[in-house]
Design a protein around this ligand. Structure first.
Ligand SMILES: Nc1ncnc2c1ncn2[C@@H]1O[C@H](COP(=O)(O)OP(=O)(O)OP(=O)(O)O)[C@@H](O)[C@H]1O
Length: 245
């Protein structure tokens, strides 16, 4: 088992954001986490990756709890959090090297992985003399995605990775994630992009009213409705009356 969550609760003040959440993710699955703005996707991801404490419940990654085995868990997961932690003063290459060194990788491996990831995710190789702070939002996002992958994590967790990528980069990321999963790795991705969720997810987890609903991908696809319509119906999306503006 890659991830097992039981009875998870989280409140901010008197706002219940996550209530009695259960989630099991097995090796080789790709879970798409979907929910409206403010539904709790980033809160759930932040709790899973130990950036935020839950108010109750248990979380096990690779059969281990965070407080017992923090280093062992960290080595096996790769994370793009909602707030992308790139260091603006570094070049893209230096930042990836820095992250690789934190994972204890040797220079040769860092260099070959950096080369591969930059060639795959970037249209042009970023200038080593240009700092990340001088790049666009999409370029920073790509740097964050590369950093999450540098140590080839067994469990990749990406919070809204398609939010800011151009169409070609989004297609490349989707293809990469499908291949990564096919190689036996496991993926959790939150996104509002239902097109890509349909393309990459083997399982769908919907946050609705602080609860997590689990949908089998085949059920969403096989009932005659489009993926988008099915998800919208499940979330209870009702178009607003336009009225007079
Ligand atoms: N530090 C905090 N203090 C108080 N409330 C918070 C805090 N962080 C999140 N919230 C609230 O928790 C709820 C869930 O927020 P979260 O960022 O997890 O939603 P989300 O589903 O990721 O939203 P989006 O799709 O807009 O990124 C929101 O109502 C938000 O205002």
């Amino acid at each position: 088992m890659i991830l097992r969550i039981k009875n998870l609760h989280k409140t901010f003040g008197d706002q219940v954001v996550l209530q009695d959440i259960a989630l099991t993710i097995k090796q080789g699955e790709c879970h798409g986490l979907i929910g409206k703005n403010g539904s709790g996707k980033s809160t759930l991801i932040n709790i899973i990756v130990n950036l935020l404490p839950p108010d109750g419940g248990t979380i096990e990654l690779f059969g281990k709890k965070w407080h017992d085995h923090p280093q062992a868990i960290k080595k096996k997961i790769g994370v793009l959090p909602e707030i992308n932690p790139v260091i603006d003063e570094f070049s893209v290459q230096d930042y990836l090297e820095y992250v690789g060194l934190i994972y204890g990788m040797n220079q040769e491996l860092i260099q070959s992985r950096t080369e591969y990831l930059i060639n795959y995710f970037f249209e042009d190789v970023p200038s080593p003399s240009k700092s990340i702070g001088q790049y666009s939002k999409g370029m920073k996002l790509k740097t964050g995605i590369c950093a999450a992958l540098i140590h080839k994590p067994k469990f990749l967790i990406l919070d809204e990775p398609f939010d800011g990528l151009d169409v070609f980069s989004s297609k490349n990321l989707a293809a990469f994630l499908n291949d990564y999963r096919a190689k036996g790795n496991t993926v959790l991705v939150s996104s509002h992009d239902l097109l890509y969720m349909d393309k990459i997810a083997s399982h769908i987890d919907l946050i609705k009213g602080a609860e997590l609903l689990h949908l089998a991908k085949e059920d969403v696809q096989n009932n005659g409705k489009s993926f988008e319509d099915e998800i919208s119906d499940r979330l209870g999306y009702k178009p607003k009356e336009l009225g007079e503006f």
